[in-house]
Design a protein around this ligand. Structure first.
Ligand code: NAI
Length: 462
């Protein structure tokens, strides 16, 4: 048994980042992880593997659709699914081993096994009980279940099963037009599957800017995805090789069925806190099953903190990372802070979708007077050269002060472009500050500047 300053339960982006920052700040730190490898959902079965498949399937799409026009002639590549999966597995391995290396470098003990908290200040892993001044719960989230839908991870899969299908599906049904459904739906559509997305609401990607939602859906349709909107999935009936999905349309309650060889359930995730012993400890949960914390990420039990997907807020790896760093600062007696108003969100389809801050709807609802600066990638030289001119940048700024309140981008490298706006927002910048900043030519970033110019006297290339 060892005594620690901090024991963190879970080694996902929240937990491992927290552990590294704790160690850097001089705290004796351990991290509990029950998986074979570090990195949690994100590195093992989430963000990182899905990005490998998004990248390889995008390369295929480029070869099939744009190479000839660029003067690159020859047969398009064919898909070696086994090799693609092994590329994905190698990507996971280099990343998870990287975290293991960082743990060693920072002298963080990896307590292997599933942890529980038998009492404040104690963490049980296997038969051993370790003591710590502070405990941080970073146990993440799991796929939420859908009544009538039984997941077997072969035919009816969550994102985990969708990242290791035995063979490529010919027909795929995706339940839920959220981030996971559209990212993985895109992958299999590009790899040749006929993909139908069934969504309960009337718009895809709930919570996104309305104009982005419409443009995004139009582009995905053009790429071959089919959408059934306003439809509630009732059940799936699966055999060993295919499944029948039954759904009702909300507008008239009519019942419909569709068959597929793979069904991806992507209807959201819920906090994962099973087995931690929170009930017995009396740790308070919210009515949505999240661990309730105060503004310093402490639960109602002194010395027990929680961060990431298992508390409130968007279930995003980088939000968890920020909370991990902030709570480490707090535990080291410093000041920890997360600006929840400036957390970007990105969908890694092609084109990418990215947003930060408030949407027009939120500004309207709050009665804030705002102005909009919008610029289409059609006016961006670099985007046109790269056959990537679909989409736009939209900046929302306060009508009086010109302060940037939000930005919404659909287009090439949107997930990278959004960060200059995040930095600007952190500094309380105005749209004019962005507009007066010299942007290299020719870059996609010029579209951000043009959108900022559109908040003032107007863009140049519109
Ligand atoms: P989501 O909450 O983004 O979307 C779920 C969708 O399913 C919603 O549009 C909802 O209306 C729909 N739905 C729910 N029940 C339904 C039913 N019975 N029939 C038809 N449609 C139904 O959830 P998702 O995509 O599973 O993602 C889970 C979490 O993981 C999210 O918080 C997301 O932010 C995070 N994530 C983030 C990624 C990123 O940042 N790129 C990548 C993957 C996941």
């Amino acid at each position: 048994m060892a005594n620690y300053d901090v024991i963190i339960i879970g080694s996902g982006p929240g937990g491992y980042v927290c552990a590294i920052r704790c160690a850097q700040l001089g705290l004796k730190t351990a991290c509990v992880e029950g998986r074979e490898t570090l990195g949690g959902t994100c590195l093992n079965v989430g963000c990182i593997p899905s990005k490998a498949l998004l990248h390889s399937s995008h390369m295929l799409h480029e070869a099939e659709h744009n190479f000839a026009a660029m003067g690159l002639k020859g047969k398009s590549p064919s898909v070696d699914w086994k090799q693609m999966l092994s590329y994905k597995d190698d990507t996971i391995a280099t990343n998870t081993k990287g975290i293991e290396f960082l743990f060693k470098k920072n002298k963080i003990d990896w307590l292997k096994g599933w942890g529980s908290i038998p009492a404040p200040g104690k963490v049980k892993v296997g038969d051993e009980v370790h003591e710590a001044k502070h405990i941080v719960i970073a146990s993440g989230s799991e796929t939420s279940s859908l009544p009538g839908v039984e997941v077997d991870e072969k035919v009816v899969v969550t994102s985990t099963g969708a990242l290791e299908l035995g063979k490529l599906p010919k027909k795929m049904v995706v339940i839920g037009a959220g981030v996971i459904g559209l990212e993985l739906g895109s992958v299999y559509s590009r790899l040749g599957a006929e993909v139908t997305v069934i969504e309960y609401l009337d718009a895809i990607t709930p919570g996104m800017d309305g104009e982005v939602q419409k443009t995004f859906q139009r582009i995905l349709k053009k790429q071959g995805l089919t959408f059934v909107m306003g439809a509630a999935v009732q059940k799936t009936d699966a055999t060993k090789t295919k499944a029948k999905v039954t759904y009702t349309l909300r507008k008239d309650d009519s019942e419909h069925q569709i068959e597929a060889d793979t069904v991806l359930v992507a209807t959201g995730r819920k906090p994962f806190v099973d087995g931690l012993g929170l009930d017995a400890l009396g740790v308070k949960l919210t009515d949505r099953g999240q661990v309730a914390v105060d503004d310093q990420w402490q639960t109602n039990i002194k010395g027990i903190h929680a961060i990431g997907d298992c508390i409130t807020g968007p279930m995003l790896a980088h939000k968890a990372e920020d909370e991990g760093m902030a709570v480490a600062e707090v535990l080291a007696g410093k000041h920890g802070h997360v600006n929840y108003g400036v957390i970007p969100s990105v969908i890694y389809t092609h084109p990418e979708v990215a947003s930060v801050g408030q949407t027009e709807q939120q500004l309207k609802d709050s009665g804030r007077a705002y102005k909009t600066g919008k610029f289409s990638f059609m006016g961006n030289g670099r985007a046109k050269a790269n056959f990537a001119a679909d989409g736009f940048v939209k900046i929302l700024a306060d009508k009086e002060t010109d302060r940037i309140l939000g930005a919404h981008i659909i287009g090439p490298s949107a997930g990278e472009l959004i960060h200059e706006i995040c930095v600007a927002m952190e500094f309380g910048a105005s749209a004019q500050d962005l507009a007066l900043t010299c942007h290299a030519h020719p870059t996609y970033s010029e579209a951000v500047r043009e959108a900022a110019l559109a908040c003032g006297d107007g863009p140049i290339h519109a």
